[in-house]
Design a protein around this ligand. Structure first.
Ligand code: PMP
Length: 414
């Protein structure tokens, strides 16, 4: 079977020992990377090396290990800053993941900027991580939460967005790539529209984009960008909030504790400089080390090559699945407008049953609303089955998926 693209898949797959196993006697086909990616040896070894040689608490000690741990932690911040083209490493706040990054920004920008009667604009495409924090803020402040609708082919309705923007809009927050549809949103154009029509702060949920596409936060023109380590070959429990320095400076802290203060007195405190103001307590130092290793790994393969590879896999999947009777793929019709995420339904079957039958064939996919309930509601569904690709997936695996879906359909409809 021909390779999907120019990536050296044999070498890449050797970097991911977890992929080399059987499930019920069948070779594992891992198509659930949108939920969490697997980790290459290089990341696992960097974290292990850190714990075997260098671990101590950061920032506090004068001894050698404290110095090494601090250096590793702060060097990783600089590495990630360069990776997303942040103007300054101080614009990178470490968080537990995208969810915490979005909660942080909703809480703190909310406190700084959002008042009763103001408007927060999100879309019907949101993962709950970019929806519930804004509901909480709206409930706290009396601001109004407004939703931009979606087109039938899975795009944010830009005319609707244009109509919603105005002087009351204080925040606009969208996904860069949808986890439930696969759509790559035109985030730079959306940024221009927002700036033309409002003074709103523009936030992007990059959980499904940073692992798969080159991201340049300055070129996009957004104000905040959130992503998770575990979806991009890095560790769980580690994420990033990038924010413009002047906005981070303006925002109050999100949590209190050690390391985030400048001076403490009985009734009040003053805050450490950004980003430490937002990093209360002992941080996930090994997680930061793993993030830098993940970024090094992705760069060594090349984000453009990864994106091309996933697009080729997506094209194959869409071509093969077009032959399955009663199967509908949600999201844009063209592979060029989507990331390697294929959410689908088959008439007369349940999404969960399809996923279970695929599992019995060694194929790991996910079924449900994918933490994006408004998306399945919008398309009149309660759940979809979702296959998602990453740099280590092969064309052959996409064929196995299509065969597996054919088998599931036969079993469920016979
Ligand atoms: N946003 C999107 C688009 C996602 O796909 C996810 C993870 N499924 C999240 C936010 C939340 O990421 P995490 O669970 O790593 O915080």
């Amino acid at each position: 079977m021909p390779a999907a693209s120019a990536l050296d898949l044999d070498t890449i797959r050797q970097d991911f020992p977890i992929l080399d196993q059987t499930v019920d006697g069948k070779p594992l086909v891992y198509l659930d990377s949108a939920a969490s990616s697997q980790k290459p040896r290089q990341v696992i070894e960097a974290i292990s090396r850190y714990y075997l040689r260098d671990h101590a608490n950061v920032h506090r000690g004068v001894h050698e290990l404290a110095r090494r741990a601090t250096e590793a932690y702060e060097n990783s911040r600089e590495r990630v800053a360069r990776w997303v083209n942040a103007a300054d490493a101080h614009e990178i706040v470490w968080t537990r993941g995208t969810s915490e990054a979005l909660n942080l920004v909703a809480f703190s920008i909310g406190q700084a900027r959002v008042r009763k009667g103001d408007e927060i604009v999100i879309s019907e495409m949101e993962h709950h991580s970019n929806l519930v924090p804004w509901q909480l803020l709206a409930a706290r402040t009396g601001a109004r939460l407004r939703y931009v609708g979606l087109t039938d082919d899975g795009h944010i309705d830009l005319d609707h967005l244009e109509g919603l923007l105005g002087s009351r809009t204080k925040v606009v927050s969208f996904p860069h790539v949808s986890n439930a549809l696969g759509t790559i949103n035109p985030v730079t154009d959306i940024g221009t529209l927002i700036r033309d029509r409002s003074n709103a702060v523009y936030i992007l949920d990059g959980a499904q984009a940073a692992p798969h596409l080159p991201v340049d936060v300055q070129a996009i023109g957004c104000d905040f960008y959130a992503f998770s380590g575990h979806k991009m070959c890095g560790p769980t429990g580690m994420g990033v909030l990038w924010g413009r320095k002047e906005l981070l400076d303006e925002m109050p802290p999100y949590q209190g504790g050690g390391e985030m203060i400048e001076r403490v007195s009985r009734q009040s405190s003053t805050w450490a400089e950004v980003p430490h103001k937002f990093e209360a307590g002992t941080p996930n130092i090994a997680g930061a080390v793993g993030m830098a290793a993940a970024v090094d790994y992705l760069d060594s393969v090349g984000l453009d090559a990864i994106h091309e590879h996933e697009m080729a896999l997506t094209r194959t999947a869409m071509r093969l699945l077009a032959n399955v009777d009663g199967l509908r793929i949600l999201g844009p019709a063209s592979a060029e407008e989507r990331a390697g995420v294929i959410p689908f339904v088959i008439d007369g079957t349940s999404a969960q049953d399809v996923a279970t039958i695929l599992d019995a064939q060694g194929i790991a996919v996910r079924a449900g609303h994918h933490c994006a309930q408004l998306v399945v509601d919008r398309y009149g569904l309660s759940a979809t089955t979702r296959a998602s690709f990453y740099l280590y997936n092969s064309n052959e695996e996409v064929h196995r998926l299509a065969e597996g879906i054919g088998t599931a359909r036969e079993l469920l409809l016979s």
